[in-house]
Structures are given as C-alpha cells and as structure tokens.
Design a protein around this ligand. Structure first.
Ligand SMILES: Nc1nc2c(c(=O)[nH]1)N[C@H]1C(S)=C(S)[C@@H](COP(=O)(O)O)O[C@H]1N2
Ligand SMILES: [Mo]
Length: 227
C-alpha cells in the first residue's frame, strides 16, 4: 500500500498531518488528485507526474540553513562567463521581478500544484553574466556546501527563478530565506535553498544529492529518482 493511499485511508482531505519530525502538511482531495492525473500541461505531459501525490502547500524538507537576513545576503554569478558579478538583496529586487505560478515535485513523492513564487529569472542573471559558449552546466551553490547541478539549457528555461517570495510572502527560513532557486520541471532537490552562488561550468559536477545516490538529471516524468 502506497503512502498516499495509507494516508487517504486514515484521514479526510484537507486534514493537517503532523509528520515525524513535527512539521505539518496538508493533503489535497482525492478529486483534485484525479483531476491532476487526467490533465495535460501545455507541453503535453500530465499535470501529476507518475507515482506522485498532492499536497496543498510545499513541505519544509530540511537542510543546513544559511543566514536568513537579506542585509547579509550576496549572490555570486561566476565561472565560465564573460562578466562575473556579485549582487546583494537590493540589487536583486532592482532587477525585473517575475511572479510565477508553477507546480513543484519532490522526489519523496509529493507534488504541489500552483505554487506562487516571486523573483528574477535565472536567464536574466545569465544575460548579465554572459556565459561563454563553453558553459554547459549551472551549479547552484548554497549554505554549508550544498550544491545541485542543472544542464544549462534547462537552467535558462523561462520558468527557472531565483526566488525571494513564496505565496506573496518573504521566504520562510525553512524554505531558503532570503533567496532560493526554483527549477519547477526537475525534482525539487535541484532547487537549492539559502542560495549563495550560481556557477557556470564546462564539466558537469554532480552535487550534494547527486553524489548520494540520486539521479544526475531528476526529470519527474521519467521518474529519474535514483542514479
Ligand atoms: N541548501 C539546500 N537546498 C536544498 C536542500 C538542502 O538540503 N539544502 N534540500 C533540497 C530538497 S531534497 C528539497 S525536496 C527541497 C525542499 O524545499 P522545501 O523545504 O522548501 O520544500 O529543497 C532542496 N534544496
Ligand atoms: Mo527532497
């Protein structure tokens, strides 16, 4: 019996569940889940990737937190680029702000539809740094040495954000305050919280989870969970 079915048997939709570790999360209704399975995205893929269940809000998944204060935050954009730079929080806010509604998918099998994020497109930061033709991958760098790797073509997709708000509110500390990556079309571990750097590289460099048994690419529709 899958976890979703187990939970469904024990609970009514909309019930807040207190998980091991004490964090709460809220299951979506079975009807919402059925609808998500039957609905296609504009790119033709199902709204709910295989073997995922629905939560109403993203769930804090832990990790080694960074300094949450916007005043102390810096982002280094560097590596295989013509014009490396470092920006602070005010400079990030001075760039073109995007409000985006997208779905996110965690490898632990929860999906949250229509999550709302505010931030700057990674493509916009890249346009300023000018990646060299030799740049093939983007490495997200975060507090305490956490990293994740994404092929450059996917990292520069228009729905990849460097985000500072979730659901219209400044990011909570557990969700990566003050700034995180949001890469909606790959499993959520690629979306580094407490972001400190974006490094363009020629040679791929598997990150924290990718060197601990997770898949190097992480496509939820191909169920690229483990390497
Ligand atoms: N810096 C950092 N970022 C991280 C992680 C982490 O441990 N450290 N965990 C990843 C994983 S495994 C997931 S599923 C998502 C969870 O994001 P959330 O806690 O906001 O739901 O963050 C990702 N980003
Ligand atoms: Mo995760």
């Amino acid at each position: 019996m899958g976890r979703r079915r187990f939970l469904r048997g024990a609970l009514a939709a909309g019930t807040a569940v207190v998980a091991l570790g004490g964090a709460t999360y809220v299951l979506a209704s079975e009807e919402d889940e059925k609808r998500a399975r039957a609905t296609l995205r504009p790119d033709g893929r199902p709204r709910l990737p295989p073997n995922q269940y629905l939560l109403k809000r993203i769930r804090p998944m832990g990790g080694s937190e960074g300094d949450p204060s916007p005043g102390a935050w810096r982002l280094k954009v560097y590596g295989e680029v013509e014009a490396p730079f470092t920006i602070d929080f005010k400079e990030l806010l001075a760039m073109t702000q995007v409000e985006q509604i997208c779905d996110v998918h965690c490898v632990t099998k929860w999906t949250c539809l229509d999550s709302k994020w505010t931030g700057v497109k990674l493509a916009e930061l890249a346009a300023r740094a000018k990646p060299k033709p030799s740049a093939r991958h983007v490495i997200f760098e975060a507090a305490e040495g956490y990293t994740s790797n994404v092929p450059i073509r996917e990292a520069l997709a228009p729905n990849v954000l460097i985000a500072h708000k979730y659901e219209g509110q400044p990011l909570a500390r557990a969700h990566g305050a003050p700034v995180r990556a949001v890469v909606p079309d790959l499993y959520f571990w690629k979306s580094a919280k407490w972001l400190t750097g974006i490094r363009f590289v020629t040679a791929d460099k598997p990150g924290y989870w990718e060197t601990r048994g997770y898949h190097n690419h992480a496509d939820p529709w191909k169920e690229e969970r483990y390497g």
